[in-house]
Structures are given as structure tokens and as C-alpha cells.
Ligand binder design. Structure first.
Ligand code: SF4
Length: 292
């Protein structure tokens, strides 16, 4: 129905959502492990195109409940433009329950509390934030363009403005060398920020991004194996102590072993499941069936 500019990405939990591409590509596009938008030049789509797509989609799917604003960081748009888009969406769709987008820490920090409140009132309710790691050393090596402190500030600012935040972290991002540091610091940042949702993925380096990642890492990188990934998962879950409930999912298609549960009540159950999986390596997802 809509004439998408591919490649098109959305979080797994937005599988059933209607997607509007309000920006194309990623305004940053430098994270060394991410090739999602390397083939696209970042640009903001003209209002007339966006309006026409919203109008067209509202005729075909008038009952849409969830909408995801793509591509990589729709929050980079000006507050005025976003409010215009959100108002038009709410004018055309009358059963909307959730409007969400990806957001970099930088995007959130660049908005004033008033901007965030305006956007929240206009219907934007959820941000997907790639934390990836809490380790400043690794954040630098992966050229994330963020530090642990800016990530914490951004998450807190979004929560203060009543947004639901869903954060991604990546197992194996520090390789074997930085494995424990990566997980200890990631557990700290997740405990401090207590996102409403956390998704743990596993690092996969394919194609040209592999070369870029290894070059930017600036020292030999030894990839973790499936047993290491399970150890990272165990350390992460055991160290996390968020003050408010966190729904934790490590069931992404990139992971060797899927687990999930809600902190704090299911923390012990998750640890037991990890122990069980360690004794049953046959439950490991075959590597050919994994994707990032
Ligand atoms: S991880 Fe996010 S911010 Fe980084 S390059 Fe990819 S889309 Fe852009």
C-alpha cells in the first residue's frame, strides 16, 4: 500500500504496527556495528508526502492501533514538524493506542522538557533507545556517539516526560577481552535507568560492517561463543537490580539462547532457566537460524 524506501526496519515488537517513514536513514549513521542505513543518505521527508501517506493509509487501515515512525531517528525532526505529523495521525486514525519511534540519547537530550511534553501530549508515547553497553570504553570503540552519562540522562529525561522506554543492549559487544566489563557496566546502567523494557541481542558482524567494526575497535577483537553468551546473560540478569519493574527479553533472533521475564519477581526464574540451558546445549538455536 505505502511506497516504502527500503531497507525498512522496525523493532520486533512493532511487527503489527503501521509504519510511516517520516525520515529516511539515520542522522548519525556511524555506529561501527550497524549497517542498517549505510545505503541511505539521511533526509527528512517533505510534509506533503507524509500527509498524503497518512491520508492514504487511513483509508485502507482506519482501525490501526499502533504506529511506528521510521527510519532510524524520527525524533531528529523538529518538534513543530513532529507535532504536525502526530496531530494529522490522530485526526485520521481514531483508535490509536501507541505511537513510537527509535531515538538516540542525543535526540532526546536535544529536546527541551517542554518539547518532550508537547510531543507526549500530541500522542508520541514510546522510544526505542539503543543503549548497547554501559561501558564507556566500549561505547567509544563502537563509535556510539554517547557516553554512559548521556545515556542515563536521556533515559531519565524521557521517563520524567512520561515516555515508555524500551532499551536494547548487545551481548558480545566487548568481545572476550571486555566481556565482564561490558556486562558489569551494562547491568549498572540498566539498574540505574530501569527502562520499562529491555531487549538483549547478540552481536553479529556480517559483510562490510565487520571490517569497519574491527578497524574502529583498535585492538584484536575475539568474538564470544555461545557458552560465553550464556555466561554474559547470566551475569547481566544476576547483577541487574532495577528499582522499578523491567520487562527483560533475550528472545531476539540473534540470540543463541532465548530467555525472558520481569524484574524483580522473575529474576530467580530467569537465572534457573539459564542454569537449565547450560546443562542442555541442545536447546541452543542453530547458528544458521539466527539473524540480527
Ligand atoms: S545504531 Fe542507531 S544511531 Fe547507530 S548508526 Fe544504527 S541506526 Fe544510527
Amino acid at each position: 500500500m505505502l511506497d516504502y524506501d527500503y531497507p525498512l526496519y522496525r523493532p520486533p515488537s512493532e511487527a503489527g504496527s503501521l509504519i510511516f517513514q517520516v525520515t529516511l536513514g539515520c542522522s548519525f549513521n556511524k555506529c561501527s556495528y550497524c549497517d542498517m542505513y549505510r545505503t541511505k543518505e539521511y533526509r527528512e521527508r517533505p510534509w506533503d508526502e507524509i500527509r498524503m501517506e497518512i491520508d492514504m493509509a487511513s483509508r485502507h487501515m482506519p482501525d490501526a492501533r499502533r504506529i511506528f515512525l521510521a527510519d532510524g531517528d524520527a525524533l531528529n525532526l523538529s518538534t513543530e514538524r513532529l507535532v504536525q505529523i502526530l496531530d494529522h495521525i490522530r485526526d485520521r486514525f481514531h483508535n490509536i493506542e501507541r505511537i513510537s519511534c527509535y531515538a538516540m540519547p542525543k535526540n532526546i537530550l536535544e529536546k527541551s522538557p517542554e518539547d518532550l511534553a508537547r510531543l507526549r501530549d500530541a500522542g508520541l508515547g514510546m522510544f526505542y533507545i539503543g543503549i548497547e553497553t554501559g561501558s564507556d570504553i566500549i561505547l567509544k570503540k563502537i563509535t556510539k556517539g554517547a557516553t554512559s552519562q548521556t545515556i542515563i540522562k536521556a533515559c531519565q529525561k524521557a521517563k520524567d516526560a512520561r515516555y515508555t522506554i524500551s532499551c536494547m543492549v548487545i551481548l558480545g559487544l566487548g568481545g572476550k577481552t571486555y566481556s565482564s566489563q561490558h556486562i558489569e557496566e551494562t547491568a549498572k546502567i540498566l539498574s540505574t535507568t530501569a527502562p520499562h523494557y529491555v531487549g538483549a541481542l547478540t552481536l553479529h558482524l556480517d559483510g562490510s560492517i565487520r571490517e569497519e567494526f574491527l578497524t574502529k575497535f583498535r585492538e584484536p577483537f575475539v568474538q564470544i561463543d555461545d557458552a560465553d553468551a550464556l555466561n554474559e546473560l547470566e551475569l547481566l540478569v544476576s547483577r541487574m537490580q532495577p528499582a522499578t519493574p523491567v520487562v527483560f527479553r533475550a528472545n531476539h533472533g540473534s540470540n543463541a539462547y532465548p530467555i525472558g521475564g520481569t524484574f524483580p519477581q522473575e529474576k530467580d526464574a530467569m537465572l534457573q532457566k539459564i542454569s537449565y540451558l547450560r546443562e542442555h546445549p541442545e536447546m541452543c538455536r542453530p547458528s544458521g537460524f539466527r539473524g540480527f
